[in-house]
Write a protein that binds this ligand. Sequence first.
Ligand code: NAD
Length: 251
Amino acid sequence: MGDERVAVITGAAHGIGRRTAEVLAEEGYVVAAIDLTAVDTVAFPFVGDVSDERDVTRFAAAVEARYGRVDVLVNNAGIASIAPAEATTATQWRRVLDVNLTGPFLLCQAFGRGMLAGRAGSIVNIASVAGLLGVADRVAYNASKHGLIGLTRTLAAEWGGRGVRVNAVCPGWVKTEMDVESQSSGAYVDGDITDQVPMARFAQPDDIARAVAFLADPTKSGFINGTALSVDGGWAADGSWQSLRLETRHR
Ligand code: NAD
């Protein structure tokens, strides 16, 4: 087993995952990534689908063969789905749940076994403010993110005693291709989001990446296990009505 600390991340070709891979590399981790498309910025790229058990098994075996250890797993890959609940098809529902919830479960199993054997490791699941609150027209996405927080808490309870910490990060709306795609469908505009957020801005991928790096590092977050850390500028904490929230900005 080498001395290098190894971080595995899913969905690192774009957006939050890409920035998180960069930050983890800056912090000294060797980074391995699985994505549907090739990731040109990490030490060990692997093309595959996180919802496909065979791809996950082959990826885990390849990382094990190359490095012999994994210190950090970041389950970041995810897909959005915007449709009224009554119009969401079973096929759409299954695909979102497969990628956003079954994928992380498969990755946690595949890499968690080695972490448990070594009695050390940190898993960070990228959930969402939509894992804490209901947001209309996102029934499959929201159910997947609520489920991901449930997976996080359960693994934290089950694996914490064997040295493996499992936490979630809950981003608010982030400026990534996912947001561009969602806005292009006419679902919302920037102001709808910034009016909702006490800190009056979108998250940047770097905001999320720094929180992931904190939860990954046992010297910084060694007793944090099972938490769902909001990185949302206060969105999920704010029960103010809209006019009150906007008025507080001009005092
Ligand atoms: P993005 O669409 O910009 O990037 C997602 C990445 O995941 C892409 O590289 C894509 O190729 C990859 N991916 C998608 N399906 C995959 C699969 N089946 N197997 C492997 N890789 C796959 O998305 P993002 O905005 O960076 O989002 C990253 C995570 O953050 C997602 O889990 C998303 O739900 C969550 N999130 C995003 C926002 C936001 O506003 N953008 C807010 C809260 C949470």
